[in-house]
Design a protein around this ligand. Structure first.
Ligand SMILES: NC(=O)c1ccc[n+]([C@@H]2O[C@H](COP(=O)([O-])OP(=O)(O)OC[C@H]3O[C@@H](n4cnc5c(N)ncnc54)[C@H](OP(=O)(O)O)[C@@H]3O)[C@@H](O)[C@H]2O)c1
Length: 349
């Protein structure tokens, strides 16, 4: 039985997902079902390549549409995850037609009229509907970072944060995952290597690549700048000095980060553990046994930020920790849906 518009409770929002066939979009659809996020109607939007295809969702076969065919005047909330260029053009149009946009791309994150939201950290910025009609979802590595930085900042202050990321292939979407798998098969088979490398030059399998996104004039990368600027905006700490080195690693899904924080006041390890463990959906792994330490392959609950290897320097002002978080869920789709849930709670959706 084919129907392309499932109907639910009448006060529930009418939803569109732009980029619905992508890695983030598919995670979002899964989370809508898992969390029982209610909706009055549901539109799936992707590129002309996918238009007309059907996707099973909510007990129905939904037909994927092109964005030109969507009436955003009949949509209450539109999740965008189809790239920055598309959001720059279409998010303001969708919002002008009346939809509230929750944007997963980098297009509006630093726009002063657009709140950049991690519900566990700065929910109060959504007390008013955003002036731009857009709520921005932060970068996938920024979200778990600020969720552990917030309690440390509040309790002990921070002079400097130094972070090295270990980012998975799924950060490059479905094509990134496919390329890692093909490249790994080709490397294992031995030369001549037949797989053209597009997403991750010079090739990610059995390699690590210390560049993500464009390199800037100062030698840093756009990804590294995003982590610094977005963290300061979300934590409302413009003076916060965050410096990052972002590295792509041959992991299918799940980003890891090694974080060092120079605090203003001395902290005790037990107190740091207690503060982090008290954060919503943060799990502290105290064991130093390698099998119990969080890794992307053995991440446990994918909807929690997993923290391990917490250490404090002798003077108490240096805190080290290791974190692992599912980039497609925590770093993108889950945060986006939690923003929508928060807007519902606040009566803004
Ligand atoms: N992957 C992550 O961990 C992550 C985390 C945070 C944020 N993001 C951001 O989220 C966005 C999507 O990432 P992804 O990993 O899901 O990428 P992806 O797997 O490549 O998916 C891209 C999606 O965008 C759609 N699309 C492409 N061109 C379009 C167009 N002209 N009109 C409508 N839809 C179009 C694609 O449709 P087709 O299937 O038809 O091509 C697909 O559904 C990116 O901006 C990315 O930076 C990703």
């Amino acid at each position: 039985m084919a129907s392309d518009r499932p109907q639910h409770a009448s006060d529930a929002p009418r939803v569109a997902v732009v980029g619905a066939t992508g890695a983030v979009g598919m995670s979002l659809l899964q989370l809508v079902e898992e969390r029982g996020f209610d909706y009055a109607s549901f539109e799936l939007v992707a590129s002309p390549r996918s238009a007309g295809r059907t996707v099973e969702f909510g007990g129905a076969e939904l037909v994927v549409r092109e964005i030109d065919d969507v009436d955003f005047g009949s949509v209450d909330v539109a999740f965008f995850s189809a790239g920055t260029a598309l959001s720059r053009i279409w998010a303001p149009r969708a919002s002008a037609e009346g939809a509230l946009v929750i944007d997963n791309t980098a297009a509006f994150r630093m726009d002063p009229d657009t709140p950049l939201v991690v519900p566990q950290v700065n929910a109060s910025v959504l007390d008013r509907r955003p002036a731009s009609g857009i709520v921005a979802n932060p970068n996938c590595s920024t979200i778990p970072l600020v969720r552990v930085l917030r309690p440390v900042l509040r309790e002990w202050g921070a002079e400097q944060v130094v972070v090295s990321t270990y980012q998975a292939a799924s950060g490059g979407g479905y094509s990134g995952i496919g390329e890692l798998r093909e490249d790994a098969r080709s490397q294992l088979a031995g030369p001549p290597y037949s797989v053209p490398v597009k997403e991750f030059p010079p090739g990610l399998a059995f390699n690590v690549i210390p560049f993500i996104d464009t390199v800037l004039d100062d030698g840093g990368t756009v990804e590294e700048r995003k982590m610094a600027q977005e963290s300061a905006k979300i934590l409302a700490s413009p003076e916060l000095d965050v410096t990052a080195t972002c590295v792509r690693v041959p992991v299918v899904n799940g980003h890891s980060e090694a974080v060092w924080i120079r605090t203003r006041r001395p902290a005790e390890r037990e107190a740091v553990i207690a503060e982090l463990a008290a954060q919503p959906d943060v799990v502290v792994h105290e064991s130093t046994d390698p099998v119990s330490t969080p890794t992307p392959r053995h991440n446990g609950d994918p909807d929690r930020v997993h923290v391990g290897r917490i250490r404090v320097s002798e003077d108490g002002c240096g805190v080290w920790l290791w974190l692992v978080a599912d980039n497609l869920r925590i770093g993108a789709a889950l945060n986006a849906i939690q923003i929508a849930e928060l807007l519902r709670e606040k009566g803004k959706l």
